[in-house]
Write a protein that binds this ligand. Structure first.
Ligand code: FE2
Ligand code: FE2
Length: 326
């Protein structure tokens, strides 16, 4: 079974393409990450794609990773209906990752054109090929291995569009490298940590390694900009973007789109998920990398803190930034 494909949409792209006169790489931190990117290239075809995923549990994850686990709805489902719920939730999650990877590809190509310094442009160009690999790998899993594809969620669509299309290059960097990649990295970490499928673990570990590098490039670039170069008003605009994005991502993780295909009431299930301590803990845990990163780049002002507090995410503000694993 497969949901209807999402409509293709055209997004306007605002970027001044820069033809530089200088070819000097003068940024040791970014240059080191570019060298790592070259050394860590890999091929999706390195993997044995004849491997079949478990039909009943494609990612071989324990049921407590499902947002309806432990709810009245879960308790009502028989074994077959639990298989359906497992397959759809995992397919939805990987479909959203796939759409996010396409968004990352668009952002990386934009940054490669618009970054002012050569070191940053080379990192973005290397990232573009990483994201191409991620799109290829995730599309194969979603379409060929699981066979259930979900459209981009409405909330993630809005965030990706704002991120890709912003006329401010740093917003593209912030939205993709810190916010979307921050959630994606925690998600990959969870799947790699709990999956009992070695193919899935190995493939996602390679993708995770690339993503950690992208996250590091974004953190370095934005920390410099936000801690010394922008005005107070410009920083407030970025903080507003962070506040809105956090709320959007938190809502997105409710996976509202899976209930109707499963034959349940969208309204009832949406309410059930929003009132479930299990779902709340799972959704909150995916912010464990994003929140310390926001603090680190200098955008954790009172407005951001207020939003984090309202979503019970403020405790992550005191967490150390996850060690760089790139
Ligand atoms: Fe990616
Ligand atoms: Fe990435």
């Amino acid at each position: 079974m497969s949901s209807a494909p999402a409509p293709t949409t055209d997004w306007p792209l605002h970027v001044a393409v820069r033809m530089q006169a200088s070819y000097r790489q003068n940024d040791p931190a970014l240059d080191a990450l570019y060298c790592k990117a070259k050394a860590q290239q890999w091929d999706v075809d390195d993997y044995d794609w004849s491997h079949e995923l478990d039909h009943d549990n494609p990612l071989r994850l324990p049921d407590p990773t499902l947002i309806i686990y432990g709810s009245m709805l879960w308790d009502r489902l028989d074994a077959d209906r639990r298989v359906e719920a497992r397959r759809h939730f995992q397919a939805w999650t990987l479909s959203q990752i796939l759409h996010g990877e396409q968004g990352a590809l668009l952002c990386a190509t934009k940054l490669a054109q618009g970054e002012h310094e050569l070191s940053g442009r080379l990192c973005a160009a290397a990232q573009a090929f990483d994201e191409a690999r991620h799109v290829e790998a995730c599309a194969r899993i979603v379409n060929d291995k699981i066979g259930i594809a979900y459209p981009l969620s409405k909330s993630l669509h809005a965030l990706l569009r704002d991120t890709v299309c912003s006329s401010e290059l740093d917003i593209t960097n912030l939205g993709m490298q810190i916010l979307v990649e921050g959630i994606a990295l925690s998600l990959f970490q969870t799947i790699v940590g709990y999956s009992r499928d070695e193919f899935v673990k190995s493939l996602l570990t390679r993708i995770q390694q690339d993503e950690a590098r992208h996250f590091a490039v974004g953190s370095i670039t934005l920390t410099r900009l936000y801690t010394s170069e922008l005005s107070g008003a410009e920083l407030r605009m970025r903080e507003e973007f962070v506040c809105e994005s956090i709320v959007v991502l938190y809502e997105h993780l409710c996976a509202d789109d899976i209930w109707e295909p499963l034959g349940h009431s969208r309204k009832e299930c949406a309410s059930l998920v929003r009132n479930s301590p299990v779902a709340d803990a799972l959704r909150r845990s995916l912010f464990r990398r994003l929140v310390p990163a926001i603090r680190n780049i200098g955008l954790a002002g009172p407005r951001v803190e207020k939003v984090l507090e309202s979503l019970n995410l403020l405790n992550y503000m005191h967490w150390p930034l996850a060690p760089e694993s790139a």
